[in-house]
Design a protein around this ligand. Structure first.
Ligand SMILES: C[S@@+](CC[C@H](N)C(=O)[O-])C[C@H]1O[C@@H](n2cnc3c(N)ncnc32)[C@H](O)[C@@H]1O
Length: 314
């Protein structure tokens, strides 16, 4: 029986598999394998891929023993709901799941609230072990950002943007982030949604106006600088750089170099996104690459972004 406090479930499109694994390595220091058992407590709503967190209260090798253990706890919670959690690989059909959730519902005391429960007690099975616990589901309304009023062809997919924020913050809500090349603010929207402090910067006036309009549209308040990132002076816990994309020409290599060099002066943790292989450039700045993945664009295997998670070496 795993000695963990939480069970996490994940869902992702095929082309986001590597990013989902990278996020899980950064948040939990381990890679997910179907489901993830961990002692790290993460709010599922900060991730683009975590669907829910199951907080283990009790476990048993057989179902009846688990029910006995739950009875012995004398749990009473008005407004509760009981629900079966299907973990990947669990073949249990709906009618049987319903029976199991009803079993829990009759043991827990208090008037249930099926529509707006204050707590969800849940039961699940993994590798022949039964678990009882509290289920926390992710919120999904961040997907409203898909319809942000201003976008452009180089805007990041919102799943990538959300994942970059959770990777940059490492699941910590008390951090100050920088979106160094914010474009229309795709990354900033996800950070604001997650309740993180973030500032943005772009040297293109149209991009900054669009960022501000997008933030205002969702009633988020966050500072965005119309500036070259080299002129920023604030310090940040981490920065995300979604580099400009025409990087193969000589002049754009210089742009890349200048942006990374400027950002490294402002923070010690940098998440870099680029369409081309800039590993050699990253190595020039005293940055240690501690993780990496490629992300393909849905339906376009020729369009690939790379993501490097870097820390400044002391
Ligand atoms: C790939 S786009 C970022 C897209 C953004 N992540 C989004 O989803 O909207 C790169 C941005 O970097 C900006 N940029 C280029 N050089 C810059 C610099 N030196 N300082 C700040 N921004 C810069 C460009 O104007 C462009 O908007």
């Amino acid at each position: 029986m795993p000695n963990s406090s939480y069970i996490y479930s994940f869902k992702h499109d095929v082309h986001h598999e590597e990013l989902c694994k990278l996020e899980s390595r950064q948040l939990f220091e381990e890679e997910l394998n179907r489901v993830l058992f961990s002692n790290t407590k993460i709010d599922p709503s900060i991730s683009a891929f975590i669907t829910n967190r199951f907080e283990i209260i009790l476990s048993a090798d057989d179902y009846d023993t688990l029910l006995e253990k739950i009875r012995a706890e004398n749990i009473h919670h008005p407004g509760f709901k009981a629900e079966y959690t299907v973990l990947e690989g669990d073949p249990m059909e709906y009618p049987e799941r319903l029976v199991r959730s009803r079993d829990i519902g009759t043991i827990v005391g208090g008037k249930p609230d099926f529509k707006n429960p204050v707590i969800i007690y849940s039961i699940c099975k993994f590798n022949d072990v039964w678990y009882f616990g509290i289920l926390v589901k992710r919120k999904t309304d961040w997907r409203k950002h898909q319809n942000k009023p201003y976008s452009f062809s180089n805007s990041l997919d919102i799943h990538i943007a959300k994942s970059l924020v959770s990777i940059a913050s490492n699941g910590n809500k008390n951090v100050k982030l920088l979106d160094a090349c914010c474009g229309v603010g795709t990354v900033m929207l996800e950070a604001c949604y997650a309740g993180l402090e973030i500032e943005g910067c772009d040297n293109n006036v149209k991009a900054i106006i669009n960022t501000r309009n997008n933030l205002e549209h969702y009633k988020y308040s966050s500072i965005s600088y119309y500036s070259d990132v080299k002129d920023l002076t604030q310090k940040y816990d981490a920065a995300i750089i979604d580099l400009p994309y025409n990087l193969y020409s000589y002049s754009n290599d210089i742009i890349t170099t200048n942006i990374i060099e400027s950002v490294v002066k402002l923070t010690s943790r940098v998440i870099i996104v680029s369409k081309s292989d800039i590993e050699a450039v990253i190595n020039n700045f005293g940055l240690k690459i501690n993780d990496f993945c490629n992300v393909e664009k849905r339906g376009r295997s020729s369009f690939k972004r790379s993501i490097w998670v870097c820390e400044k070496e002391n």
